[in-house]
Design a protein around this ligand. Sequence first.
Ligand code: ZN
Length: 150
Amino acid sequence: MSELRELYQSVILDHNKKPRNFGVVDEANCEADGHNPLCGDKIHVSARVEDGVVEDLRFEGSGCAISTASASLMTQAVKGHRVDEALRLFEGFHELVTSDPTAEPAASGLGKLEVFAGVREFPMRVKCATLAWHTLKNALEHDDSTAKTE
Ligand code: ZN
């Protein structure tokens, strides 16, 4: 387990240091802001959705390593996929990080996103990990309110 944990940590550190899809989408038609006041994480998500497919997706903002890495991996997981798939991934991810920490993580088909299974043990960190996803959901659903992690 500790080897797996180290692998997970290295993925998170790598995405924090070199966030993928960082910036703002040209001609975005979906945008939202998110804020996690408990940690101070702030994020802006922009996307261009065409025919129900997330053609481009970027984020910018500042926050802790978990929130930045989660946003980076979120953009990779969602870009190029259908909006309904993106919302399903969000549900699966949310389930993963809020499930019982003593149980085996459910085989969820989340791929790389499973590196966040470890945050189940840290309720404060769950909010950091889910901020990008809450913000994505608001963007895709054209909800203009600032996404909160509650
Ligand atoms: Zn945070």
